[in-house]
Design a protein around this ligand. Structure first.
Ligand code: AMP
Ligand code: MN
Length: 330
């Protein structure tokens, strides 16, 4: 699949790159890195997003050039769609009339592209974009290195999650050699929060509950709590990590009321439990250990249904052996 993508780039000139609404570190870092790669190959390329660049990523090289628009307004030779589960995720309707290259590392993605390059072994799409640069003989500049590093750093939960492999560290090591500055990037991404985010985190964590097994924890946020703290939806990112830091907890949910009973739900789990399947049931997607979906619903009904499915996911998860590895049925 990588070969078809490099062929396409070699044969064409005019490209756009996009990712999902409310782009995260991998969506943005990979898009910006690919933009630098295409430009270094003397291609016409731009990053086009429906939503603005979150504060945490404003310092990434090229972030200020991202075009924030409600839709695409011209024809490209190809549009690269980075880490999206389906063609509607970027929120750009005119994608339907473009030649689309779907680049993703999620197992739950639809093969919606004219070309689909999917590598579920990659910790982040950043790894794939880095491999693309190498395959095309592109010199890894500090700009490319910084953007790919941001993608790896955020999608691996600062190298905490089980998608972190030897290859991830090998690439991260190369990136530092090529000019990515780990402390500077971590500082920009994780130590520049607004005051309101931490106030909101306090309010949300005070709603923490656990089920009778102690294995499932959940938190909730009302729209009122978000408004009272002066925080934005972006400020709610990352709060879901806290319930999962409880020793016994294996799966966690965060119910966010955005408006009009619209709930954005984040699901997280420790290694053996698969929450992607739970998210898919509710029309979303994601990874085995980090998934989500958005729904208009009544809170009591929604939380009851989600928690029941999380319980089943924990109950059905494979057992672990003494080394912490899954015991696979023969
Ligand atoms: P979040 O909890 O929003 O940070 O999302 C965690 C993971 O789930 C990410 O990898 C997302 O790509 C995926 N995800 C979240 N919401 C959706 C959705 N509505 N559709 C598909 N994937 C989603
Ligand atoms: Mn990703």
């Amino acid at each position: 699949m990588l070969g078809e993508v490099t062929d396409l780039i070699e044969k064409h000139q005019k490209f756009a790159i996009t990712s999902h609404i409310r782009p995260d570190g991998d969506g943005l870092g990979s898009s910006l890195a690919l933009n630098w790669i295409l430009r270094s190959l003397n291609k016409d390329s731009e990053v086009v997003m429906r939503d603005p660049v979150p504060q945490a990523y404003l310092n990434l090289p090229g972030a200020s050039e991202v075009l924030v628009v409600p839709d695409l307004d011209c024809q490209y030779d190809a549009v690269f769609v980075i880490e999206c589960s389906d063609v509607t995720r970027p929120g750009l309707p005119a994608l339907n009339t473009q030649f689309v290259v779907n680049i993703d590392h999620h197992t739950t993605t639809e093969l919606f592209g004219n070309l689909n390059w999917i590598d579920s072994t990659a910790a982040a799409v950043g790894e794939m974009v880095y491999n693309l640069a190498k395959a095309m003989g592109v010199k890894i500049t500090p700009e490319i290195a910084s953007c790919v590093y941001a993608a790896l750093l955020t999608d691996t939960g600062s190298f905490h999650f089980s998608n972190t492999t030897e290859r991830t560290f090998k690439i991260a090591s190369d990136l530092v050699k090529y000019g990515a500055q780990p402390a500077k990037l971590s500082q920009a991404i994780f130590y520049q929060y607004p005051y309101a985010k931490i106030k909101l985190t306090g309010a949300v964590l005070s709603t923490l509950q656990c089920d009778e097994t102690g294995k499932i924890a959940w938190i909730q946020m009302t729209h009122k709590a978000m408004q009272e703290s002066g925080a934005t939806e972006e400020d709610t990112d990352g709060i879901i990590t806290y319930p999962l830091t409880i020793g016994d907890v294996e799966a966690a949910a965060f119910f966010r009321e955005l408006a009009n009973s619209t709930y954005r739900v984040s699901l997280r789990s420790k290694n053996r439990v698969n929450v992607a399947q739970v998210a898919e049931h509710f029309g979303g997607g994601g990874h085995k250990n980090a998934a989500g979906f958005t729904r208009v619903a009544n809170y009591d009904e929604l939380s009851r249904d989600v928690l029941a499915r999380l319980k089943a996911a924990v109950a059905n998860a494979p057992a672990l052996n003494g080394h912490g590895n899954e015991i696979k049925p023969r």
